[in-house]
Design a protein around this ligand. Structure first.
Ligand SMILES: CC(C)(COP(=O)(O)OP(=O)(O)OC[C@H]1O[C@@H](n2cnc3c(N)ncnc32)[C@H](O)[C@@H]1OP(=O)(O)O)[C@@H](O)C(=O)NCCC(=O)NCCS
Length: 181
């Protein structure tokens, strides 16, 4: 049995520890962190997956960003505890959070990551979007949550000033229980 819930401030040390465990040292030196520093997360989309006894199995976070006048949802980091990788938990968090993002009115999602993994969720390379250097352009990927959302959206990705969601969005849902055993 797994439980999906939104991250709270009390969860922060545990989530940071999971990211430290799953990523190479110096992860916060990555260029995408320049877009996150000092910017509030999109709290309703930052989700945790807990297993039996409440142990943290996986986490995903999102930040707001901009490309010109366009609002962009920056996905990541996502991490699954090493003992639980390859069991579909990453896919579960990806699909659940992206569905919430669409319901909340977000139109386009951006991430820096491995295309062979993220293509299964519909992400494709964004040829005309520039992440802060140094970023391998092959790893700059996007997903449309509504048709045509990436058309004519090009240029440098910049920091957002606020995590305020689009008008009319639904707030984060209740905890969901998922029986995968
Ligand atoms: C990447 C990660 C989030 C995937 O979550 P997961 O629960 O292990 O993955 P899932 O069970 O949903 O999917 C497993 C599939 O993804 C593939 N996969 C996992 N990571 C991959 C990667 N980096 N590149 C390509 N494929 C990958 C597996 O080979 C497996 O393929 P299959 O379905 O053909 O067998 C997880 O492995 C992880 O935390 N890795 C370390 C941190 C990281 O790299 N995060 C992503 C960068 S933000």
């Amino acid at each position: 049995m797994y439980e999906i819930c939104t991250e709270t401030p009390d969860d922060e040390p545990e989530v940071e520890a999971l990211y430290d465990l799953c990523f190479a040292p110096g992860r916060t030196a990555l260029s995408s962190y320049r877009l996150r520093e000092g910017v509030p997360r999109v709290a309703d989309l930052c989700l945790l997956l807990r297993g039996e006894g409440g142990s943290l199995q996986a986490a995903i976070r999102y930040w707001p960003a901009r490309i010109g006048a366009h609002r962009v949802l920056l996905l990541g980091p996502i991490a699954v505890h090493p003992i639980a990788q390859g069991e579909g938990l990453g896919a579960l968090l990806m699909r659940d959070s992206l569905a919430r993002a669409a319901r909340a009115g977000w139109e386009r999602v951006l991430l820096v990551g491995d295309a062979p993994y993220y293509s299964r969720f519909g992400f494709t390379r964004l040829d005309h979007v520039e992440m802060p250097p140094p970023t391998n352009p092959d790893r700059v990927l996007g997903l449309e949550l509504c048709e045509g959302a990436w058309v004519d959206v090009a240029g440098p990705v910049t920091r957002a000033d606020t995590a305020a969601p689009p008008a009319g969005l639904a707030q984060g849902g209740p905890v969901r229980h998922i029986d995968r055993t």
